[in-house]
Design a protein around this ligand. Structure first.
Ligand SMILES: NC(=O)c1ccc[n+]([C@@H]2O[C@H](COP(=O)([O-])OP(=O)(O)OC[C@H]3O[C@@H](n4cnc5c(N)ncnc54)[C@H](OP(=O)(O)O)[C@@H]3O)[C@@H](O)[C@H]2O)c1
Length: 288
């Protein structure tokens, strides 16, 4: 089976490349954004045509949440319009498509973990464009699924874990928000799930197109940062602050814990607790 991985230089795409050797039955084609700009529909068609692909994992995205407030047009092209192009090409050549979305489609007013059936109401431009991307898939007859995830980090790219490790070494103290509650996701765990799902035979949308995936457990950014410092043996004093004291261009949901019962049941997967995966990631960062 030949799989196209778009956005392959990002956190998730890079983790898929790391794991690809464990799937000798799959052949991966992993272009960067210069080799394949998914916003260019003609280029995408030419890239896929006659290549014998059977699946696409779309790891590409405009992920700069705050910058998206100023650049909603570009964010919309990558996060929504290009998803429409991927859906069209998947339908045309009968490919499986896995697309990644976000917990930021929710407004955070729930007090229980979000299921796939709960209403969305994105607070910012990033979440709105990601929701528009979901809609491209939801009502198409393509053999595709959307996996919403949250608080992604990895040994690759820029993310909260790497920022905390750097700042923790540079500074004696830091303030971190404690009133945004969610669950971190190690991109390697999500990559594993994407590969397990796409390598399964037959149609992948067994009971609906939408799934939630993060690591297990619940935390705040402050507690997440505390765990990072402890696991990395960094002596940096952390102070909890409210979001109002750390203004950002984009408003974020105060609560975005995802309920993962559906993906666990449909694909028979076990999900590691966020602390277990964080320890693994920090170990890898330190050994690199
Ligand atoms: N990061 C998070 O906390 C988070 C949370 C929830 C959901 N997600 C979703 O998870 C997915 C993966 O996120 P990530 O953190 O791995 O992303 P990332 O590290 O920011 O990487 C994004 C990738 O998309 C590529 N890309 C951007 N525009 C493109 C285009 N027009 N054509 C082709 N490739 C393009 C980028 O290439 P260049 O670098 O060359 O532009 C990069 O390789 C995204 O859909 C994101 O929305 C992320």
């Amino acid at each position: 089976m030949k799989i196209l991985v778009t956005g392959s230089t990002g956190q998730l795409g890079s983790e898929i490349k790391v794991l690809s050797s464990a799937y000798p039955e799959l052949e991966f084609v992993c272009p960067n954004s210069k080799e394949l700009d998914i916003c260019n529909q003609a280029l995408l068609n030419d890239f896929v045509k006659d290549q014998g692909f059977q699946g696409i994992i779309n790891c590409a995205g405009y992920t700069a949440v705050d910058k998206a407030e100023q650049n909603a047009g570009i964010a919309g092209l990558v996060n929504a319009k290009a998803v429409g192009h991927l859906v069209a090409v998947s339908q045309r050549y009968q490919l499986k498509l896995i697309h990644i979305s976000t917990d930021y489609v929710f407004d955070g007013t729930s007090n229980r973990p979000y299921t796939e059936r709960m209403p969305v109401c994105p607070l910012g431009a990033y979440g709105k464009t990601k929701r528009a991307g979901e809609m491209e898939i939801m009502y198409s007859p393509s053999n595709s699924i959307i996996i919403r995830t949250s608080w992604l980090y990895s040994t690759f790219g820029n993310n909260f874990v790497k920022t905390m490790l750097r700042l923790g070494e540079e500074k004696d103290s830091l303030s971190v928000v404690y009133d945004q509650i969610g669950t971190p996701t190690y991109a390697r765990d999500l990559a594993q799930v994407c590969l397990d799902i796409i390598s399964k035979q037959g149609r992948i949308d067994t009971k609906g197109k939408l799934y939630h995936y993060s690591n297990e457990g619940v935390t705040s950014w402050y507690d997440f940062a505390q765990a990072i410092m402890e696991m990395a043996n960094i002596d940096c004093k952390l102070s909890p602050i409210e979001s109002k004291d750390f203004p950002t261009a984009a408003k974020r949901p105060a609560y975005s814990v995802l309920n993962k019962a559906k993906i666990k049941a449909d694909f028979c997967i076990e999900i590691p607790h966020w602390r277990e995966s964080l320890a693994e990631c920090i170990e890898k960062i330190k050994s690199d």
